[in-house]
Design a protein around this ligand. Structure first.
Ligand code: MTE
Length: 443
């Protein structure tokens, strides 16, 4: 793990001469006043800076640059749009040495560079057990068999004419943050928490298909989902969940799924660890007991301190992380900073997120940005004035069941330090006097 490329995130700069905490006054007196004062001071400084630069020949404000005086590029030059060339550093990254072959590996989403709650499809994390494929939808089929009145085989056309739904949900690999169980292992939020993404998925509810085939309700208790790749990826899902909010999806963020994310068909199992979101979905079998396949008997089980393990602990419990400032970033100036992050729960909605800047001694409640959706990422923000002294930044989420995200100490008391899956502990970022932010475990 020590060979990870330690790449600083986007460097955040507040204008020089920004407000001191004393000038800002009492933050609690009102966020609007606070921001008004902050921006007034900032713009005075900014004007001073621009005028000085303009005198040095900086064209940004007073001299019109070429793009303001010439014809731009034509429409449809790029029939499918791409990010700006200046955003080339924002990308999925793999962790060299994590797995022996790149086909059976992970690429992490750059959470430190994203806004809001939707992950752009091209930056959605990837986890493949046996590589990805670009499957011809005309040849793809979905079979439903087992304890049903009539087994059926559907084409993509058959599926896409059925009543569809579109819902925003997060997907988190059960192994997300799995490298940090015993100690700090990786430097940035991309590597600590980047097996996490959130999209609007479109598809037909699985309940519609099961109804179409006629489940044997007396005997049926579980379904098994199977993928069409070479990894024999199969996962058991209890029938009550399968009939609840599970979607057989072809759409992601308004377009077809990307091949890396299961094109043309994947299962969306809201709130449940990513492994059950079977990609390149080819078969659903209805049965009366769990299958205990390799990916639920050998992998994706929770090792406990006494050497036993827990099986079928699929729900992704409530969790949060500050994405800016986060490990690898640098605050260049003291003064106002927006602390921003993500919170989520596999059990429902986020009710509250508290943020500490002193390692958990004091907490303030962050603003939850709308929409706050069930089993989706929720964006939180909180104002902060950094006085230049060392700080430990943490976020602690609570979901609408009342469950509160645990500290490392609390989690380790129950789970030990040698697990892989389901680490939802509070993340700490240490801010040094230099402004450098690094990954630490405060307790
Ligand atoms: N489905 C198939 N068929 N093959 C796979 O390797 N990986 C699983 C799941 N579905 C996998 C799969 C795992 S472990 C995770 S975390 C998610 O897909 C990752 O989905 P993503 O690659 O779209 O992020």
């Amino acid at each position: 793990m020590s060979q990870l490329p330690v790449r600083p995130g986007r460097i955040r700069r507040a204008p020089e001469g920004f407000l001191t905490p004393e000038q800002v006054g009492d933050v609690a007196a009102g966020r609007r006043d606070f921001l008004r004062q902050a921006f007034a001071a900032a713009s005075v400084t900014a004007l001073g800076v621009s005028a000085a630069h303009a005198a040095d020949g900086d064209p940004a404000i007073l001299n019109l640059p070429e793009h303001s005086t010439s014809l731009g590029r034509p429409v449809a030059e790029r029939p499918y749009g791409l990010p700006s060339q200046y955003e080339a550093g924002l990308k999925r990254r793999e962790s060299p040495g994590l797995t022996r072959v790149a086909a059976a590996s992970v690429s992490f989403a750059p959470l430190q560079g994203l806004f809001g709650i939707i992950t752009p499809s091209g930056l959605h994390f990837e986890r493949h057990h046996q590589g990805w494929h670009d499957i011809d939808p005309a040849r793809h089929r979905l079979m439903i068999n087992g304890l049903v009145k009539e087994a059926r085989v559907y084409t993509m056309d058959d599926l896409m004419r059925l009543p569809s739904v579109s819902r925003i949900h997060f997907i988190e690999c059960g192994a997300n943050t799995g490298m940090e169980w015993g100690n700090v292992a990786v430097p940035t939020v991309q590597y600590t928490h980047g097996m996490l993404s959130c999209s609007e998925f479109t598809g037909v509810p699985l309940s519609v298909l099961l109804d179409d085939c006629g489940i044997d309700m007396k005997r049926a208790k579980f379904v098994l989902a199977e993928g069409a790749d070479g990894s024999s990826m199969t996962r058991t899902i209890p029938l009550d969940r399968a009939l609840d909010d599970v979607i057989v999806a072809w759409g992601q963020n308004g377009e077809m799924l990307r091949p890396e994310n299961g094109y043309p068909l994947r299962l969306v199992v809201p709130g449940i660890q990513g492994v059950s979101w079977v990609k390149w979905l080819r078969r659903i079998e209805v049965g009366d007991q769990p299958w205990a396949t390799k990916d639920e008997a050998v992998h994706y089980i929770d090792l406990l301190p006494d050497g036993t393990h827990r099986q079928y602990t699929s729900i992704q419990e409530c969790k949060s992380v500050i994405t800016t400032p986060s490990g690898g970033q640098t605050l260049l100036d003291r003064g106002f900073h927006n602390i921003s992050g993500l919170a989520w729960s596999g059990r429902g909605k986020i009710r509250r997120v508290d943020v500490s800047t002193d390692g958990g001694r004091n907490w303030r409640t962050a603003r939850l940005e709308t929409p706050v959706l069930s089993k989706a990422l929720t964006r939180f923000n909180i104002d902060w004035v950094w006085d230049g002294s060392p700080a430990i930044l943490q976020s602690r989420a609570m979901d609408d069941t009342g469950y509160v995200q645990p500290t490392y100490r609390q989690l380790r008391e129950v789970r030990g330090t040698r697990s892989i899956y389901h680490n939802n502990a509070i993340q700490s970022w240490k801010l040094a006097e230099s402004g450098d932010v690094s990954n630490v475990q405060a307790y």
